[in-house]
Design a protein around this ligand. Structure first.
Ligand code: ATP
Ligand code: MG
Length: 256
């Protein structure tokens, strides 16, 4: 699909929650696609919480990619308070205009093969009183990748997110497990296989924990070095899900 992403114009990166690793996954995926020769842009339609961070999500991504675009082109709405877009906007007397986001997306689509759009929080985050992140993914006509944590609690969150996406008519391409520890505990060792079975969706990648990555401080760690081996071949990488699950099962047996 390096591939399909060109044909489908892009992908909407959502997550099971805020802080699950959507930005790290967006940056790693963009780097992987760029390395495969695809002209890729990353867009974050609405960034909140700018008052408490040194780097916005889009600035982190642009540091990884080594290329920058005018912030208004890729991040049309920025709010200082760390709140859901509806609330962050209304507290400063503003309302997000979805058409402005759509125009920015269509403009980018003209200049790039594919556009990765990072949502804020999860799918049921309100942008206006009657418009959610899921509506934006739907209106942009983008398939969705669900970024999820590897740890305890993720089965519930992942299944809920995938089911909600389905109920809103979204095409879920698959799940990416983010921030996977080098020494996984019982939950992390067993969750990937159950995520596959419960959701019926592909695991499209697993990103390893990297202690030198910090989005908010603009530290990119070894993300460029590990990106390509973290995604499956249809996303331009070399990650092998079967071998990964086999190795987790082997570790699991050793620990019993
Ligand atoms: N693979 C990783 N290795 C180390 N730290 C990570 C990794 N993935 C995410 N983190 C850290 O976890 C935090 C949350 O990650 P990230 O900003 O990507 O989440 P998010 O889902 O984009 O959050 P938001 O909803 O605020 O956009 C950040 O501090 C980031 O640096
Ligand atoms: Mg983010």
């Amino acid at each position: 699909m390096v591939i399909g992403l060109e044909r489908i114009k892009g992908v909407f990166i959502t997550g099971t929650d805020t802080g699950v690793g959507k930005t790290v996954v967006s940056a790693a995926l963009a780097w992987t696609l760029k390395s495969a020769g695809i002209r890729v842009a990353v867009m974050k339609p609405i960034q909140t919480g700018t008052e408490s961070i040194d780097f916005t999500d889009i600035e982190f991504v642009q540091k990884v990619l080594g290329s920058g675009y005018a912030l208004d082109r890729v991040c049309p709405y920025r709010f200082s308070l760390p709140l859901a877009p509806l609330v962050a906007a209304s507290l400063v007397g503003e309302k997000v205009d979805i058409n402005r986001i759509k125009s920015a997306f269509y403009e980018l689509s003209k200049s790039f093969d594919t556009v990765i759009v990072e949502g804020a929080g999860g799918l049921v985050v309100p942008i206006t009183e009657d418009y959610f992140m899921s509506d934006l993914a739907f209106d942009l006509n983008l398939p969705v990748i669900v970024v999820t944590r590897p740890s305890l609690g993720t089965l519930n969150h992942t299944f809920l997110t995938v089911e909600f996406a389905r109920s809103r008519g979204l095409d879920v391409l698959g799940v990416v497990i983010s921030n996977f520890p080098a020494d996984p505990g019982l939950a992390e060792r067993t969750n990937p296989e159950i995520i596959l079975k419960m959701t019926g969706k592909e695991i499209l990648g697993v990103l390893p924990h990297d202690p030198d990555i910090c989005v908010e401080e603009g530290r990119i760690g070894r993300i460029r070095e590990t990106a390509c081996s973290s995604f499956v071949s249809k996303l331009g990488g070399s990650f092998n899900v079967e071998a990964f699950i086999k190795s987790l099962n082997a570790q699991q047996l050793k620990k019993i």
